[in-house]
Design a protein around this ligand. Structure first.
Ligand code: PGA
Length: 253
């Protein structure tokens, strides 16, 4: 299989400009020459431009943690896709469970954001995942099914070549609980089959599906072994450059 692994760090609401630049520069040094894994970090909006400058000359990609779908106008506090490109971003995380949980993100707003990202040439990292209650009620697959169908509504296969999906069970985010590798594989397999059903085999086969939820150096390897796991979206363990670099080097002995 030729999908290049992607290890992505979501810094969430952490680090000031100076701290972000320091961490990014250290990471750049630690992962220099590592070419068989794609790396992305997503600092806060206010640090994006500074971090983009410090990443110059490295292959680490820069992502934002969200965007707003309108191009410009009277939307106080919001940031457009064009502004993210201007700040040096190539990627953007969309539909993270914290946005869904605390900021009223819905499948419909996710859909509009994915469209805005793709129109601007940004690569969306589209997050999906079930809550603990939904898993206990055996609703995992129906939740994922709805999030994908509604989030990707009205796109066609050609639109989605640059999309990455991140499966992040909400109960595993920041809790120290990780899905077992079998649970991750089962969900990823389901996602890939659904993408195949909706958009065809070539897209499904090329699609990278990241696992997210308490990924750490101790568990990254076993999760990455699974055939449908193509990378990780990492919160807590991405904040320290040395720890994050260990995730990037998951495939080295
Ligand atoms: P975590 O967060 O690694 O701290 O669990 C993952 C995420 O929210 O993307």
């Amino acid at each position: 299989m030729s999908r290049k692994p992607l290890i992505a760090g979501n810094w969430k609401m952490n680090k000031t400009g100076v701290q972000a630049v320091e961490a990014a520069s250290e990471l750049k040094r630690l992962v220099e020459g590592k070419e068989d894994v794609e790396i992305m970090i997503a600092p806060t909006y206010t640090c994006l431009y500074q971090v983009s400058q410090s990443l110059k000359g490295s292959s680490i990609s820069l992502g934002a943690q969200d965007l707003y779908w309108e191009k410009n106008g009277a939307f106080t506090g919001e940031i457009s896709s064009e502004m993210l490109v201007d700040a040096g971003c190539s990627h953007v995380i969309i539909g993270h469970s914290e946005r869904r949980q605390y900021f009223n993100e819905t499948d419909e707003t996710v859909n509009r954001k994915i469209k805005a990202a793709l129109d601007a040439g940004l690569k969306p990292v589209f997050c999906i995942g079930e809550t603990e209650k939904e898993r206990e009620a055996e609703e995992t697959f129906s939740v994922l099914d709805k999030q994908i169908r509604d989030g990707l509504k009205s796109f066609v296969s050609d639109d989605l070549a640059d999309i990455v999906i991140a499966y992040e069970p909400v109960w595993a985010i920041g809790t120290g609980k990780t899905a077992t590798k079998e649970q991750a594989q089962e969900a990823h397999r389901f996602v890939r089959s659904l993408i195949e059903k909706l958009f065809g085999k070539p897209l499904a086969e090329n699609l990278r599906i990241l696992y997210g939820g308490s990924v750490k150096p101790e568990n990254v390897r076993s999760i990455m072994e699974m055939p449908d796991v193509d990378g990780a979206l990492v919160g807590g363990a991405s904040l320290n450059p040395l720890t994050f670099s260990k995730l990037v080097f998951f495939n080295n002995n």
